[in-house]
Design a protein around this ligand. Structure first.
Ligand SMILES: [Zn+2]
Length: 221
């Protein structure tokens, strides 16, 4: 059996969420992304979800302690294992996560980075074009419309959204590097870190991830 308690890391635009969803579907791992997890807990009215709702309703950031509560409600149900996507966000959260998982005797087995060079990320993040009529999304590189600037679905005009510009993309990458670099060091120091080349076709990246997931635990055992 491969690793089943996994953190997946990657920059905005690296395809981390897509890959986590594919791995989850293929291997029965629960795909736990912080935002989805919080929304589901609130919708289900779980104890931690109700606490999270108070902060969300007040327009406040949900404190770590409550996020951990929501997370561990979900982990209790993730019998086949899980992929944490977007959490932990910093070394302090990573340490707390390790502490709580150690208490349960079920430590993380792998932290895997979907690695894509910044220049490629900028191209990905700025290439998105949204139809101004129907909201359909194209990408100049990965999903180009049949006719430049025109929506394949409805013939509407394709526009670049203001948060898809290069300046915004570079800011997001800067934030990513600042917050994730300490996480990478953290997991590397614990021999949990692996990396896959995320700059390529979705299917190939998934294959590489599957390989890393099985290989790493084989080595640890
Ligand atoms: Zn359209």
């Amino acid at each position: 059996m491969g690793a089943s308690r996994i953190v997946i890391l990657g920059a905005p635009g690296a395809g981390k969420g897509t890959q986590a969803a594919r791995l989850s579907a293929a291997h029965g791992l629960a795909h736990l992304s912080t935002g989805d997890m919080l929304r589901a807990a609130v919708a289900d009215g779980t104890p931690a979800g109700l606490r999270a709702k108070e902060f969300m309703d007040a327009g406040q950031l949900v404190p770590d302690e409550v996020v951990f509560g929501v997370l561990f409600e979900r982990l209790a149900e993730a019998n086949e294992g899980y992929l944490l996507d977007g959490f932990p966000r910093n070394a302090a959260q990573a340490e707390e996560l390790d502490r709580q998982l150690a208490e349960q005797g079920a430590p993380l087995e792998l932290a895997v980075v979907v690695d894509v060079p910044d220049e490629r990320l900028v191209a990905r993040l700025t290439g998105r074009r949204v139809c101004s009529s129907c909201g359909n999304t194209h990408h100049v590189e990965f999903m180009p419309p049949a006719k430049e600037g025109v929506c394949d679905k409805c013939g509407g005009e394709l526009v670049q959204r203001s948060d898809d510009t290069e300046a915004v993309a570079r800011d997001r990458l800067e934030v990513y590097h600042q917050t994730t670099a300490p996480l990478i060091d953290y997991y590397n120091a614990r021999d949990l870190l692996a990396s896959v080349d995320g700059d390529g076709p979705v299917e190939r990246v998934t294959q590489d991830l599957v390989e890393v997931l099985s290989r790493d635990v084989a080595e640890q055992n």
